[in-house]
Design a binder for this molecule. Structure first.
Ligand SMILES: [Cu+2]
Length: 107
């Protein structure tokens, strides 16, 4: 069985998000993004708007300024559906989405 991992590189945007300074890409288990955002707001800026040790969070970037970039790595059994969201206050209403990791094809 081949070990699966995926690395994503993300860069903060500003051109299309005028007024949105920060961007944080937080990957969460399907169906949990709204609750993760609520708990992140409670955790506050000191915790980077993320509840420490939140097991619904699969991976996340640091808080990115426009033009900054970060890399995140997924390891283990990653095939499945996920949601992503920016937990910075006020951003989750528009900065969110979902994606699916496909199981690598057997060779
Ligand atoms: Cu944001």
């Amino acid at each position: 069985m081949c070990p699966s991992y995926m690395m994503l590189s993300l860069e903060g945007l500003d051109a299309e998000h005028v007024g949105l300074i920060y961007f944080q890409w937080v990957v969460v288990k399907q169906g949990s993004k709204d609750a993760v955002v609520v708990d992140g707001a409670e955790a506050g800026e000191a915790n980077g708007w993320i509840q420490p040790d939140d097991d619904r969070i699969i991976a996340h970037t640091k808080l990115l300024n426009p033009g900054e970039s970060d890399e995140i790595k997924f390891k283990g059994q990653i095939a499945g559906f996920y949601e992503f969201v920016c937990t910075f206050p006020g951003h989750s209403a528009t900065m969110f989405g979902e994606f699916k990791f496909l199981q690598p094809r057997q060779r």
